[in-house]
Design a protein. Structure first.
Length: 259
């Protein structure tokens, strides 16, 4: 009799142990397709370059310096007629002119980008006297006051080389959270007052890459041939782009990726 009781007790013990083992195996098992992620990382994080950076395909940025001017409205007319947005780099001394400010607002309203081009455009003040950052901050502040936008992109007068050779000056730019763009094509339009056809030829000869940023100025000779320039890029299969701060890519002669 005692042996049968002992046998039953061992049977209960073994059955309980089996149930406990089965339960634990269910609790601790993981789904087959679970992939561990770094702590705190979003579920679908993508590399920064996938969300921004240089655009793909044949893309051209038309850019205009030294505005606003008496011709800004006519430049905007041509752009609008062609359903194109452009990037303007405007000068503080011109932005202060109340009679030109409506066109600055119009430029932004129609989807163009307005960045800074310094207050004075004077090489000595900007680079030798290290007033680049103060002047650009003042210019960007003026744009903000006029348009309500908060731009960070500037174009250095005469280009970033050699003016921004001094790394300490570039460090100041980075600290001020200012971005810098030069260009890939120099139309030399400012120097071709009575030779507008040469502006077009300069641009055609220098257009070689899929991504081009064309330097032009708000000059009547440039306005005269702007439709022809637009037609050239259309025929070459380029799409027209406007600067987008959320997709910034570095484009400076100093090759400083921080800018």
């Amino acid at each position: 009799m005692g042996s049968r009781k002992r046998a039953r007790r061992w049977g209960f013990i073994l059955a309980a142990a089996g149930l406990l083992f089965f339960g634990l195996s269910k609790v601790t098992a993981f789904p087959e397709k679970e992939v561990s992620k770094p702590s705190g990382a979003p579920a679908d994080t993508k590399p920064a370059a996938a969300a921004g950076g240089k655009p793909q395909g044949k893309v051209v940025y038309l850019t205009f310096d030294d505005g606003p001017s008496e011709w800004t409205g006519e430049f905007l007319d041509v752009l609008k007629q062609n359903n194109i947005k452009a990037t303007f780099f405007m000068q503080g001394s011109n932005l202060k002119r109340a009679n030109l400010q409506d066109q600055v607002r119009r430029a932004v309203r129609e989807g163009n980008y307005v960045g800074g081009h310094s207050m004075t455009h004077q090489y000595k003040k900007l680079y030798d006297e290290k007033q680049f950052v103060p002047e650009m901050k003042q210019t960007l502040s003026l744009i903000r006051q006029i348009t309500g936008e908060n731009p960070h992109l500037v174009r250095p007068p005469y280009g970033s080389a050699p003016g921004l050779n001094d790394k300490r000056l570039r460090d100041q730019i980075v600290q001020a959270e200012i971005k810098v763009w030069d260009w890939t094509i120099d139309s030399n339009d400012w120097n071709l007052k009575n030779r507008p056809s040469e502006i077009v030829e300069n641009i055609k000869k220098q257009t070689k890459a899929d991504l081009e940023v064309v330097l032009m100025h708000e000059k009547p000779q440039t306005l005269q041939v702007l439709p022809e320039i637009i037609d050239f890029y259309k025929q070459k299969g380029y799409k027209f782009a406007v600067y987008d701060e959320t997709k910034h890519f570095h484009l400076n002669f100093m090759k400083d990726h921080r800018l």
